[in-house]
Design a protein around this ligand. Sequence first.
Ligand SMILES: Nc1nc2c(ncn2[C@@H]2O[C@H](COP(=O)(O)OP(=O)(O)OP(=O)(O)O)[C@@H](O)[C@H]2O)c(=O)[nH]1
Ligand SMILES: [Mg+2]
Ligand SMILES: [Zn+2]
Length: 290
Amino acid sequence: MTLMLGTIVAAYGRHYAVEDSEGGVWQALPRAKKSVYACGDRVQCEPVADGQARLVACLPRSSLLYRSDEHRQKLIAANATQVVIVVAVEPSFSLELISRALCAAFAQRLAALIVLNKADLVERLPAARALLAPFQGAPVPIVELSAQKNALPLRPFLAGHLSVLVGQSGMGKSTLINALIPCAGARTNTISSALDAGKHTTTHTRLYRLTDNAAVIDSPGLQTFGLAHLSKSEITAGFPEFEPHLLHCRFRNCQHVEEPACGIRAAVDAGAIHPLRYAHYRAILAERQA
Ligand SMILES: Nc1nc2c(ncn2[C@@H]2O[C@H](COP(=O)(O)OP(=O)(O)OP(=O)(O)O)[C@@H](O)[C@H]2O)c(=O)[nH]1
Ligand SMILES: [Mg+2]
Ligand SMILES: [Zn+2]
């Protein structure tokens, strides 16, 4: 049996596209019913027919970005080195979802940045920019751009990274992919502004290669980002701006909820930590304890 090595470049639920070392693309199914792979996984597979292969094994991952709910884990991408959280001037977006994506990224020790897209909608840009104020205290770059007019401000952040774009539907992730990689042909769609909500256009996760040793993964829009799998310290790692205040907590195992002499709550009261970020922390922690 000849095995080949490849990379999963697209994940369509139960089946996958695998790119081999010569750039050939194979349709691949897992061998065992239960095995789960993610876009970005390095895999061993066995050719079974022309252009078709069976996934045999998954090589060790350097990272795994995923979300979870009480029933199961939902894999987003494997081996990514950076998470790009895409929000837009419109439709409206969830700030808590940004905090959640940051937690998932930092728990896997990934770099992270926020893109504020659709900066060409200049009238509503200041309001959207103001909404992101809670993240100015978190050491996360915020890159403003218009995927439709000029995606270049993002390029320097992508070099050398396997980045994964995450965010709600309609924020312009696929438009950004198309702007970065003109021949990508990722499907995009008009949003229903009457509902102020995006339609889900991207239905599967796909990896696109860029020059300068970079690649970008486009993922379907998400509405929720469950983090029930994170430990308490992983949750705290999602809030890097808490770090300098932790040593003022009286108790080493302080959860920063009801304990007396808590450095984090003191910092919130003093205006050094944004109250919304603290609220997101509480929400994520509560989900873990539920
Ligand atoms: N004005 C403006 N519209 C944009 C920009 N980028 C994307 N759009 C529009 O926003 C809508 C949604 O874009 P998509 O790229 O499909 O959004 P998405 O984030 O990939 O959505 P899902 O695949 O559903 O998660 C489309 O109508 C785009 O044309 C931009 O920079 N400016
Ligand atoms: Mg899309
Ligand atoms: Zn505390």
